[in-house]
Design a protein around this ligand. Structure first.
Ligand code: ATP
Ligand code: MG
Length: 717
């Protein structure tokens, strides 16, 4: 067996204070001196039931203890107030500490991910889940804060990477978050941030993968929600030069930003946030030129939204005020007449026997014209957002060799609205996939591993949501996405006909107990609740293609930046159908799952205590619902019955051979037997009680985390 000498030495940059075991013990007592309310690790609950879990969380939340563990899983209940628990001082208390030494905290999760990466040389990921407004984004930011603070590096290029990683938060929140009825800073896209580290555990680069921006929000929002933050920041905070250049006015002057009657949000200062956005752009290295182009795109979108159509006697539309289209044309650097034409007419082409025939213009009625205008605005914003993400990635490109990666996943939470459409279907689908990973890794795989490794153990029952994932993503028999694709492909011209065709196809799904067809609606029984989806417009959203006329308009633009936002034009002669929105979300969710499964996961499960952002109201019914669907009870049972820690014999010996005179001599690895016997030897020599560990087929299992902690402490000594 190959044992690197390096692994035996202390090459764990995270363990800065942990080296002195005695100090750690004293700190540990210090940490718990403050009387703990309830139990801080729910595997220690005397009775396990949804009610007892709820009672424990309730008690703790009311006394300001928002964090609780289930083994290594962190449960976080949104406090909706500043608890002062993310200061530098608190952060330092978690440095180099084992989870068991200090009270539960998101910093504890960050520390253990960072520590495990360095100590066991494994990629890590932190998966944060929970419904909208539960605190996922806040948790993700705390993880980044912690890692930036502890990952060393006096080197300026390392510092630069850290600054950039932190600056992506204000930047992407401005463009990707919005006020909704559930959350004043709701993420309207999913995000996976990967930070790359060198062998010293210093960040050398980072990369963001973006999932599905809710672009429909650009052109319309329900009453009391808002458009993306950036539109209010920009219209309120722009400089006078920008106001002149873009003819910019306040948010009340634009249809897209004013239609939902919500220009102000409590606790949000758009003008200040605008300054922060600009600052973040600077940190990330966006040039003044690039920044100017970005804001020009926003101005185009805002002015496009103000283009109004009047109905003429023949039912066709006319532009109410060509002054507005002329200004849009000016910003887009295209001919004013072309803008008018593209927005009010559509070029149609007859095809005969597969051959292209004559071309003629079809006038649009006002509602068709408005739909075209909105499609253009949405496409520009969506592509601008994707451009920003890839631009950020260029800046954060890795410098130097990458040893390990820590990924942090923060997506849009599970959503149930009055009116649920394609966007909610996609969002909830991704949440199903994440729940599936959680089940796979903490419940199913855990149990399978015990069987495979021939470890004695009692099985636990749990609901596996695989059936819901299949209902949505299965190709054969066609699931919801496949049915949508088929409907799009057959009835391509008329969106209403395509929706109808989809409704007919869903009849086939009725055999799935998690699905119910109800005319122009259908119900999906998600793991987190039943959601009724509206079919109207779904196929069109799934198709998600900008019509040729609009693409031609962009191609005619004298603005290079606008053109680069639309790099690939579909080939009209291609037989292959371009990927639909459903295809893309399925593909990226699949890639994400694959990626996450390759790393060692840490979980943060966020809970929302009430629907009113109240810091005092604990809605038992709502919390109980979340406790149930998150499967916390099963999680505790599996955890209790099982083994807190396991690793291959090789990794165990590699890490702990120093602890036994039989396996090491003067710090050198000397064991000549196989890894399994070496492992047993170490545990015996250290004096770990026999009931505390079991040897499997390839791995050693340790029952209590305290035991592993004891081993680590001895090793550090
Ligand atoms: P979405 O799915 O809508 O994006 P989310 O789970 O990301 O929701 P957050 O934006 O993280 O939710 O949290 C919503 C709000 O709750 C925050 O803006 C903040 O006001 C408050 N909040 C969340 N976590 C904390 C915390 N740990 N301490 C104080 N306030 C918090
Ligand atoms: Mg969020």
């Amino acid at each position: 067996m190959a044992i690197s000498k390096k692994a035996g030495k202390k090459v764990t940059p995270a363990k800065q204070s942990g080296g002195k075991a005695k100090v750690a013990k004293a700190d540990w007592k210090e940490g718990f001196k403050k009387k703990q309310v309830g139990v801080s690790d729910m595997t220690l609950l005397t009775t396990i039931s949804n009610e007892s879990i709820n009672e424990n969380l309730d008690k703790r939340w009311k006394s300001g203890e928002i964090y609780t563990y289930i083994g290594a899983v962190l449960i976080s209940v949104n406090p909706f107030r500043d608890l002062g628990i993310y200061t530098e001082e608190v952060l330092q208390r978690y440095r180099g500490k084992n989870r068991l030494e200090v009270p539960p905290h998101v910093f504890g999760i960050a520390e253990s991910a960072y520590y495990n990466m360095n100590a066991y040389h494994e990629n890590q990921c932190v998966i944060i889940s929970g419904e909208s407004g539960a605190g996922k984004t806040e948790a993700a930011k705390r993880i980044m804060q912690y890692i930036a603070a502890v990952s060393g590096g006096q080197d300026s290029s390392i510092q630069e990477i850290k600054d950039m990683v932190l600056a992506t938060n204000p930047l992407l929140e401005s463009f990707g978050c919005a006020k909704t009825l559930r959350n004043n800073n709701s993420s309207r896209h999913g995000k996976y941030l990967e930070i790359m580290f060198n062998t010293q555990g210093e960040p050398v680069g980072a990369q963001i993968t973006n999932y599905l921006l809710e672009k429909g929000r650009v052109v319309g929002q329900v009453e009391n929600e808002r458009d993306f933050h950036i539109f209010y920041q920009f219209t309120k905070g722009a400089s006078s030069e920008q106001r002149d250049a873009f003819g910019l006015q306040g948010p009340e002057a634009y249809a897209y930003t004013s239609m939902s009657n919500c220009l102000e949000v409590q606790d949000i200062d758009d003008v200040k946030d605008y300054a922060d956005t600009i600052k973040a752009m600077g940190v990330i290295g966006l040039s003044a030129e690039e920044q100017n182009e970005i804001f020009k795109m926003l101005a185009i979108i805002l002015w496009l939204g103000n283009v109004q159509f009047e109905e003429m006697d023949d039912g066709n539309s006319r532009i109410s005020d060509t002054g507005v289209t002329d200004f849009v044309a000016y910003l887009m650097e295209v001919d004013g007449a072309l803008v008018q034409k593209v927005l009010t007419q559509r070029v149609m082409e007859t095809t005969r026997g597969g051959r292209r025939g004559s071309v003629y213009d079809v006038p649009l009625n006002p509602s068709q014209a408005s739909a075209g205008r909105d499609a253009l605005a949405k496409a520009i914003y969506n592509n601008l957002f994707e451009w920003i993400v890839s631009r950020v990635n260029v800046s954060m490109k890795t410098r130097g060799a990458v040893a390990h990666v820590i990924g942090i996943l923060d997506i849009f939470g599970f959503e149930i609205f009055e009116d649920n459409s394609f966007e909610q279907l996609c969002i909830n689908y991704v949440n199903e996939k994440l729940q599936q990973i959680f089940i796979e890794l903490t419940l199913k795989t855990e149990q399978e591993e015990y069987v495979r490794e021939q470890i004695k153990w009692t099985p636990i029952k749990f609901f596996n949501n695989k059936i819901v994932c299949e209902l949505i993503e299965e190709r054969r028999p066609p699931g919801i996405f496949a049915a949508l694709n088929d409907a799009c492909a057959t009835a391509h011209a008329d969106p209403a006909a395509a929706d109808n065709s989809f409704v007919q196809r869903t009849a086939m799904l009725a055999s799935n107990p998690h699905f119910e067809a109800r005319g122009a609606q259908f119900l999906v029984r998600h793991y987190a609740g039943d959601v009724m989806y509206n079919v109207v417009g779904m196929t069109d959203k799934n198709k998600d293609s900008l019509i040729k006329d609009l693409l031609d308009l962009i191609a005619a633009s004298g603005n290079n930046f606008l053109q680069t936002l639309f790099p690939d034009r579909p080939d009209p002669n291609s037989k292959k159908r371009p990927p639909t929105a459903g295809d893309r979300i399925k593909q990226s969710a699949g890639a994400l799952v694959e990626n996450l499964m390759k790393a060692q996961p840490s979980y943060i499960r966020t809970i929302k205590p009430n629907q009113n952002r109240s810091s005092s109201e604990y809605d038992t019914k709502a919390v109980l619902h979340q406790i149930k669907y998150l499967g916390l009870q099963e999680n505790i049972r599996v955890r209790r019955a099982g083994f807190a820690y396991r690793n291959t014999f090789e990794k165990m010996v590699e890490r702990f051979y120093l602890l036994s005179p039989k396996t090491s001599y003067a710090g050198e690895y000397t064991w000549s037997g196989d890894a399994k016997s070496g492992c047993e030897q170490i545990l015996k020599d250290v004096g770990i009680a026999k009931e505390e560990w079991q040897m499997g087929v390839t791995k050693a299992f340790i029952k209590n985390p305290e035991t592993l902690f004891a081993l680590e402490t001895m090793r550090d000594r």
